[in-house]
Design a protein around this ligand. Structure first.
Ligand code: C5P
Length: 224
């Protein structure tokens, strides 16, 4: 069967990455979490105190950033590697969530990441999740899903996720972070978070993970 591209876009904490990962495993496809790439850039900028308003500094820093993924047998998922260092745990922390959308709104950052993402999907057989996969990275993706969920449900899920990683934060802080990221992501000039016209909507508010995965797989079956 010919390989295709599956693009999963949507708001933060709608279950995109978990769904994408499981769909990829079922199809024996590669999975790329594009949010992890922006998080890794944010971590590098934070560590090296890059002034986000200084275009030259940002452009120079991008030359020194190498992001790859490495499969972790224990987690049965890919870890994010930044310049040879496994940063999977660090990039999920709240201080990165608080700065990542500002970093991801910078045009030269997006262009660099998008070019790398397009390279990864060149041979197809890939499930990619993000904000602009179906609109900018792969506008010709065979399957495009736009995922949403009610804000309080997203915040609860995020709280649980952070708790499992040892960060216990007030729900209000999480709600505010999601709101702020949605706003920046939706209003930036380059590659804003936007539903592709030909995307299929998936509201995950009251669906189990199995149902979400089955929904996406059914769309894949339709086009194959
Ligand atoms: O998916 P996740 O929530 O981990 O993404 C972190 C942040 O990275 C998002 O809030 C958004 O600002 C940015 N992002 C993006 N474009 C993508 C994926 C993520 O701007 N394709």
């Amino acid at each position: 069967m010919p390989k295709i591209i599956v693009a999963l876009d949507g708001f933060s904490s709608c279950g995109k990455s978990t769904t994408a990962k499981r769909v990829a495993a079922k199809l024996h496809y590669a999975f790329v979490d594009t949010g992890a790439m922006y998080r890794a850039v944010a971590l590098y900028f934070h560590r090296n105190q890059i002034d986000l308003a200084n275009k030259d500094a940002v452009a120079d820093a991008l030359q020194h950033i190498d992001i790859t993924f490495e499969f972790n047998q224990q987690r049965q998922a890919s870890d994010t590697i930044l310049n040879g260092e496994n940063v999977e745990v660090e990039i999920r922390k709240m201080y990165i969530s608080e700065m990542v959308s500002q970093v991801a709104a910078i045009t030269i950052v997006r262009r660099a990441m998008v070019a790398q993402q397009q390279q990864m999907g060149k041979k197809k057989g890939i499930v990619m999740d993000g904000r602009d996969v179906g609109t900018v990275v792969f506008p010709d993706a065979e399957v495009k899903i736009f995922m949403t969920a009610q804000p309080h449900i997203r915040a609860q899920r995020r709280k649980l996720e952070l708790l499992q990683k040892g960060e216990d934060l007030p729900l209000e802080d999480i709600i505010e972070n999601l709101r702020m990221r949605d706003e920046i992501d939706s209003n930036r000039e380059e590659g804003p978070l936007k539903r592709a016209e030909d995307a299929i909507d998936l509201d995950t508010s009251f669906r189990s993970m199995d149902e979400q995965v089955d929904f996406v797989l059914a769309q894949v079956e339709r086009v194959k």
